[in-house]
Design a protein around this ligand. Structure first.
Ligand code: ADP
Length: 318
């Protein structure tokens, strides 16, 4: 039964449009169908057993009233969906067209001034400009993350699954991560199983985002001279990826909250490292859409391990 309901995309509609299950158009149409069939059957029985036109009219009227009420509910839900969709596209256009360009422009202007190509700066001027640059970077990060979230929240946001050789993704991440790791003298290790991994069905762009977020965080929250290790293997017929670090860790009481929107642990905020608290939220969204699992383990001031698992076979209802 649950599979049948899933085929009607009731769960998908509820998730995408933030509706309760009973509010989704598919559910209401299904309900309308069941009620219409039931009441038609009852009316047929009544019509066979009585010659009283008043009873017949009453039963036909009741069918009409029920269908009308459900029809009104369906129209209301569809109007709500249209309003949500319009708000979402307006938000997307606002973010991408109005907010990003000035922030990017400011970033380049500040970069030029800070490089002292336009003249030497006093230490205090440099310090203030650097603060301005960092704040602008923080804002750019936030805008980019919001764009990602908004795109993913649109259920039809393209999740393009293909069979991917995971090692290729890792190579790309390693290349992007190395300069940062080198700068902080962090040793970066990647452990792959001896045998070549099977090709795994996933959306390479989205999974690369997840991997990059975990790896970037590991480097960001690990003090100079530490170690970041990425372990990849097959466990319980699933791909398992773990990113270990020897960084600041996460207070035990806050571990659960890391995957919620905008959450940043208190010790991370204290480090003054820029961040939005959105990366792990998006990562969880991506892994959930792959029918996988993502979680964190950590010991304060010792280090953290962020892991995710992905099924090796494509499931239905992606
Ligand atoms: P942010 O942009 O703040 O890094 P994320 O969503 O990627 O946002 O991470 C959420 C929070 O999880 C971080 O602010 C930090 O508190 C914690 N966190 C994530 N990765 C690590 C890590 N490797 N070590 C310690 N804390 C981490």
């Amino acid at each position: 039964m649950r599979e049948f309901i899933q085929k009607l995309s009731i769960f998908e509609e509820a998730r995408i449009f933030h509706l309760k299950l009973w509010q989704t158009p598919s559910f209401l149409f299904l309900l309308m169908g069941i009620i219409t069939i039931t009441i038609t059957g009852i009316t047929y029985r009544i019509a066979n057993s009585t010659d009283d036109p008043a009873i017949l009219i009453a039963s036909i009227s009741s069918v009409t009233v029920v269908v009308f009420i459900i029809g009104v509910l369906v129209v209301r839900v569809i109007s709500k969906i249209i309003i949500i969709n319009n708000a979402r596209s307006e938000f997307l256009s606002l973010v991408s067209h109005q907010l990003r360009p000035p922030l990017t422009g400011t970033k380049y202007i500040l970069e030029i001034i800070l490089s002292e190509k336009t003249g030497k700066l006093q230490p205090q001027q440099k310090d203030l400009l650097q603060q301005g640059f960092d704040t602008n970077e923080q804002m750019l990060l936030l805008v980019n993350d919001l764009l990602d979230i908004s795109r993913m929240a649109e259920g039809d946001s393209p999740f393009n699954y293909e069979e991917v050789q995971f090692e290729t993704l890792l190579k790309e991440i390693e290349e992007q991560l190395t300069p940062n790791a080198l700068e902080k003298k962090i040793s970066l290790n990647i452990h792959l199983p001896q045998d070549r991994l099977p090709r795994i069905p996933l959306d390479p762009k989205k999974i690369k985002f997840v991997l990059q977020n975990l790896a970037d965080n590991a480097v960001k929250y690990t003090p100079d001279g530490g170690t970041v290790t990425i372990d990849v293997g097959i466990e319980n017929n699933m791909l398992k990826v773990s990113v270990h670090d020897t960084g600041i860790g996460v207070p035990a009481s806050e571990l659960e909250k890391l995957f919620t929107k905008f959450y940043r642990a208190s010790n991370a905020v204290e480090t003054k490292k820029t961040g939005t608290g959105l990366g792990l939220y998006i990562a969880k969204n991506v892994i959930d859409r792959h029918h996988g699992r993502i979680w964190a383990e950590s010991e304060l001031n010792k280090g953290s391990t962020f892991s995710f698992m992905l099924p090796l076979k494509l499931k239905r209802n992606y």
